[in-house]
Design a protein around this ligand. Structure first.
Ligand SMILES: Cc1cc2nc3c(=O)[nH]c(=O)nc-3n(C[C@H](O)[C@H](O)[C@H](O)COP(=O)(O)OP(=O)(O)OC[C@H]3O[C@@H](n4cnc5c(N)ncnc54)[C@H](O)[C@@H]3O)c2cc1C
Length: 436
């Protein structure tokens, strides 16, 4: 069947009289929305281009060979094996037709009574084609595997070469973005350098390997308390990470990254740039441009998209503007989970009683970031935690949040082993990474 023919056919799904809810995206928002509606009197059609859910907070551990990729992804069909009112289709949504209540995908189209857009976000390179082409993001499992392969490929090349300049470039890792993803990646790379490089790559002097963290603002972890920022800065410096604050990346051509630090232009020769400096909402075609604010879809307090009664957006893609959050809520898992659960309750109330139950109110449970394998910072309602206590709490929260018992067990066991030794998972280059 040719792609054009497939595009024009209706999804083959069982017909019934239940309201039909199409959910786009099996991220934190999509899966928690469906879990809340499991076996309720609605028919749910979940569409995601991947047949798995990804646990993004632990991607950096896959990138650094600390965890295997299958520990941080869960098959959608397994997650919902007892959910009789959900149908999953692996497809990429290409267009939404809100006039005709229709979602068009690369394998066909489907009509809806309610549409829930939970498409999340992707790496924002702020329009720079050369940075996008030459650096690697850290937003999905493919990125994590690419970073892992690229890092190991570079180290293999570095042991082979005799040219010192080339060696330096191959063993210099530049991370752009001082948020939690960048800080966690930098800490993990620094521990790799400190504890593993000498054993695994004895031909490389550990002084040769350098890790740079570039941050546009005047502190790392700007979304956390200043105590957290200071502690993270201290720990990373002790791990020999070179941190550049107030520094903007201007370009990266695959060999040289150009940085503007206040009024100085700085060039670093490096073969690897990991870009964690921003995300943007995955906006689908067909969404009215007037409803897009800051690369996200504007929604009201019921997560309803402007002027569309039966279309909702939740999670990273949704911008719910208020006096408290003039730019919308932070793009974090807690917001996605809480919005999805609130919307599920509202839709059930609408189906049963004809009206929504309650507007969304975000309960901020705090934020955390880990720095290396035995240290973390946590800003909680009860106060600030750091060091080993912070790390234990971080590990516990992540372990209970990861989907699937098997993944919890694999990760818990792996962390326990690594707590007492610095042996990493298999540092295998299964699929080589090549820049386009
Ligand atoms: C490296 C990293 C670390 C993070 N660490 C933390 C943390 O420690 N704590 C925290 O709270 N948050 C963290 N976050 C943020 C958190 O992961 C996100 O806020 C959360 O994943 C948002 O959930 P979501 O469901 O909105 O989107 P996502 O989880 O991004 O899911 C979107 C889904 O939509 C699918 N999709 C998109 N477009 C289409 C399409 N056109 N057709 C079909 N399917 C589509 C995608 O395949 C994906 O499955 C981190 C993020 C990253 C990248």
């Amino acid at each position: 069947m040719g792609p054009q023919k497939a595009y024009n056919r209706h999804f083959c799904i069982p017909m019934n009289n239940y309201p039909k809810i199409v959910v786009i995206g099996a991220g934190f928002a999509g899966i928690n929305f469906i879990k809340k509606l499991e076996n309720k009197p609605v028919q749910i059609i979940l569409i995601d281009e991947n047949n798995f859910h990804q646990f993004q907070p632990l991607l950096y551990q896959v990138a650094i060979s600390g965890l295997e990729p299958d520990s941080v992804v869960s098959p959608i069909r397994k997650l919902f094996k007892s959910c009789v009112n959900m149908i999953y289709r692996m497809a990429k949504v290409e267009h939404i037709d809100t006039e005709n209540n229709c979602v068009q995908t690369n394998i066909g189209f489907v009509n809806y009574d309610y549409l829930v857009i939970a498409t999340g976000s992707s790496t924002n390179f702020y329009g720079s084609k050369s940075i996008e082409k030459n650096s690697i993001g850290l937003k999905n499992i493919n990125d994590a595997i690419n970073i892992r392969s690229w890092m190991l490929q570079n180290l293999e090349l570095a042991v082979e070469g005799c040219n010192n300049e080339e060696k330096e470039s191959l063993t210099k890792f530049v991370i752009v973005g001082g948020g939690p993803a960048g800080v966690e990646m930098a800490g993990a790379l620094a521990e790799f350098k400190k504890y593993l490089l000498r054993n695994d790559y004895p031909e490389i002097e550990s002084d040769t390997m350098q890790i740079h963290l570039i941050q546009a603002g005047d502190r790392i972890l700007p979304m956390m308390s200043s105590k957290s920022s200071k502690h993270a800065l201290k720990v990373l410096k002790n791990l020999d990470v070179q941190i550049m604050l107030n520094s903007r990346v201007m370009d990266y051509d695959g060999e040289i990254i150009t940085i503007k630090m206040e009024d100085k232009d700085i060039e670093i020769h490096t073969n690897t740039v990991i870009w964690t400096a921003g995300v943007k909402g995955n906006i689908l075609k067909g969404i009215d441009k007037k409803t897009i604010v800051g690369n996200r879809i504007k929604v009201n307090e019921f997560n309803q998209v402007d002027n569309l009664d039966n279309v909702f957006a939740i999670g990273d893609i949704a911008a719910m503007l208020s006096d408290e959050n003039p730019k919308g809520h932070p793009m974090v898992a807690q917001v996605a989970i809480q919005q999805s659960q609130n919307l599920a309750n509202n839709i059930i109330s609408k189906v049963k009683h004809g009206n929504f139950k309650s507007p969304f109110k975000y309960k901020n449970k705090g934020s955390m970031a880990t720095i290396g394998k035995k240290d973390a910072v946590a800003d909680l309602k009860i106060g600030f935690l750091d060091g080993k206590i912070g790390w234990l709490l971080w590990s516990f929260i992540h372990l209970i949040s990861i989907t699937g018992f098997k993944n919890k067990f694999k990760i818990g066991f792996s962390w326990m082993l690594k707590y007492f030794s610095y042996e990493k998972a298999n540092q295998l280059i299964i699929r080589k990474y090549t820049r386009d």
